[in-house]
Design a binder for this molecule. Structure first.
Ligand code: GLA
Length: 376
């Protein structure tokens, strides 16, 4: 069922409008966002659609094709709504906390973004609702400020200590472009990313690996990075330049912390190098950077699992220019840069490797850069 039909079924009337926001794939720049560094995501064509209509001031009601029942709440504070609807209540709270009058609303949600596969289904949900409430309420909230607001909903209300990448991608991406984001200044540059014109494609491989310990491990990585920045006397690891890395590592006693720092500092540089190559139109040449990013996540940041490592190896053996895990880690998806006519061969190679390893079969599809959040 789509969002508009669900709205009619539950609320017995037509919605005022439909707002959609996409999931994302991160081309490169992992765990760099909360270190105030660089990321380069693009939006997926898969979106969350919110059908929204008015309700009395201070009243919100939500339902979703993915969940049972309909949930209503008034003005709340973080923690009061604890179900999946916390993502919606969090957006309402973040708007009000920032001094905006969030309009009362009835909301029906439907999503094409696979949940729990590291493609930012939660950011798509937050961004669709946020955009709808801003439009319906006629709120004067510049696009640059919106991702941080959605991030607060997730950090403070839902309680997940994520960075700003996913909400930025869902809100600020443009079709056919990758979003180069400076996670300190929030400045963006839209980077042309027309793979089809080059005969190339990004194959997304959902490892279908069960997500385990995701929240705890994510928080532990973040803490380790923040502690390292503190010891090094810099505001964030973004401030350690690549040619200052060796000196910085010398100042850290803890071997694990040294590896975490090395990942972040080298990953920021890989993002900058990737952007430079894309701007020169040298798309194939980014392949080795993607693969180096994977090795860094596997060996230094230690956030991969066997399923994603096997997918990367199989894609590379099948001729991919580069491949890496994308997203927070501990499962989720791999992306591989391939010749467009090699999608089937690469998919088969990954499926075979999974069969041999006894893993649950992966799900593979071609991702093209889609548009950011908008009213349909
Ligand atoms: C998750 C978080 C993001 C980012 C990535 C890792 O997707 O939500 O903020 O930290 O992990 O790059």
């Amino acid at each position: 069922m789509n969002a508009a039909s669900l709205f009619r079924e539950r609320y017995g009337t037509e919605p005022t409008g439909l707002w959609a926001a996409p999931g994302r794939v991160n081309l490169i720049g992992e765990h760099t966002d909360y270190n105030e560094g660089f990321v380069l995501p693009f939006a997926l064509p898969q979106r969350t659609v919110a059908a929204v209509g008015p309700a009395p001031a201070g009243e919100w009601t939500v339902c979703s094709t993915l969940e049972e029942g309909t949930i209503s709440f008034g003005a709340t504070t973080p923690g009061e709504v604890t179900s999946w609807a916390a993502y919606v209540a969090g957006v309402v709270w973040a708007l009000q906390d920032a001094g905006f009058e969030a309009p009362g609303a009835r909301i029906a949600l439907a999503s094409e973004v696979p949940v729990g596969s590291g493609l930012s289904s939660s950011a798509a949900l937050e961004s669709s609702v946020l955009t709808a409430l801003i439009d319906l309420g006629g709120l004067d909230l510049a696009i640059e400020r919106r991702p941080a607001l959605a991030q607060r909903a997730e950090n403070v209300y839902v309680g997940a200590p994520t960075g700003i990448m996913d909400q930025s991608a869902s809100i600020r991406c443009l079709a056919g472009r990758a979003l180069f984001l400076d996670c300190r200044s929030y400045e963006v540059k839209q980077i042309p990313f027309d793979l089809a014109a080059e005969g190339l494609a990004i194959l997304v491989i959902n490892s279908n690996a069960p997500h385990q310990h995701v929240d705890g491990e994510y928080g532990a990585r973040r803490k380790s990075c923040e502690e390292a920045a503190h010891i090094l006397g810099v505001p964030a690891l973004r401030d350690v330049p690549p040619d200052g890395l060796a000196a910085a590592l010398d100042k850290l006693d803890d071997e694990v912390m040294r590896r975490r720092v090395r990942h972040v500092v080298t990953e920021d540089q890989r993002v900058l190098d990737t952007v430079a190559l894309l701007e020169q139109g040298r798309v194939r040449a980014i392949g080795p950077l993607l693969t180096a990013s994977h090795a860094s996540m596997r060996d230094d940041f230690e956030i991969t699992v066997p399923q994603v490592d096997v997918a990367v190896e199989a894609a590379l053996s099948a001729g991919a220019y580069g491949a890496r895990m994308t997203g927070g880690g501990f499962g989720g998806c791999v992306l591989a840069l391939i010749d467009a006519d090699r999608a089937d061969v690469t998919t088969e190679a990954v499926e075979q490797a999974y069969g041999k390893s006894g893993f649950t079969a992966p799900t593979c599809w071609i991702a093209t850069p889609g548009a950011g959040a908008a009213r349909l």
